[in-house]
Design a protein around this ligand. Sequence first.
Ligand SMILES: Nc1nc2c(ncn2[C@@H]2O[C@H](COP(=O)(O)OP(=O)(O)OP(=O)(O)O)[C@@H](O)[C@H]2O)c(=O)[nH]1
Ligand SMILES: [Mg+2]
Length: 334
Amino acid sequence: MTRAHVITGSFGAGKTTAIRHLMARKPVDELWVVILNEFSAAGIDALTVAQDASGAFEVRLVAGGCLCCVGELEFAKQLRDILRNLKPTRLLIEPSGAGHAADIVDVLCQYEAQGALQLEGVICLIDPTDVARIFATRPVREWSQIQSADVLLLSKPDLAGVAERDTFRAIAAEQYPAKSWLGECSRGAVPPAAWHRQPRLARFSLLQANAEAAAERALPFALHGLAGREVHVEQLGLHAVQWLLPRELTFARSILEPRLGWLIDAYGGFARRMKGVFRTGPGPSLLAQLSSHGLSIEDSAHRLDSRVEVVLSAPPGEEFLDRWREMLREAANL
Ligand SMILES: Nc1nc2c(ncn2[C@@H]2O[C@H](COP(=O)(O)OP(=O)(O)OP(=O)(O)O)[C@@H](O)[C@H]2O)c(=O)[nH]1
Ligand SMILES: [Mg+2]
């Protein structure tokens, strides 16, 4: 089955350099296809991206500002043709710096659900000369490229000083769910561990310090016949419950928003922290967080699944668990 990789990042972050590096290491007997979404139709990158590749490859160009908007039909057409007729071993996709990474991830996940490909990972490159601006102003497109990625890599490490590395780590620390890999990418050299299939199994991200010491118990939790999990964690005197729900489910904002607020008010005394990201349909997901400042709700570009975690200072009682399960059941749609 075709293994697909997405390499995102803002303008000039080093995406094509990374793909060129990967292409140069492609086994000679494998067919690899690259889809480049260049902002202009000049096709400059298309000429060089495979210059060091050996054996069979193909480079397809989709011109336009955003693979999923301007070039939507073209992208879908190319993808269908590639998967049906070429069946490459690997498919590398570079959305333009102006692209909506989350929508591309959605399209690839749909193909994955049909068994037509396996999405190995979404890598977002962050240029050290951009980190301060991205962290301070959170531009929608760039923040969404970061949110929809499995892996964050600081590109051009030769240009990064202590401040840029600190800001890169600060951006990573804010992400929910936590990224599966963080690292650097020098002159396109994507670290092998970042490039291989990323585990999408949730890792508990709110109690992650000293993870070995955690006691964990997973229970099945199905909604509309789709298997999810409810996991209870106890660590260092704190208790946490997380629900992990498959990406096929969407959740009604009109139920989630008031009910989350109600649950927090009713059980706020011992809920120390809560984070949840829920798919709500084709658009942005809903990211809810409870911190010392109270409950906040915003959009997120995370599209891979839905999950929520609550950290408590006492073991969760049955009534508390039932209220949460009930809310998830009522808000979930197929
Ligand atoms: N100093 C330095 N420059 C690098 C590194 N990696 C890539 N570059 C340079 O960064 C520039 C942009 O690299 P590209 O790979 O074209 O970036 P891109 O993300 O594909 O750019 P767009 O497609 O235009 O958005 C090029 O001049 C690269 O040579 C690195 O590790 N260090
Ligand atoms: Mg490029």
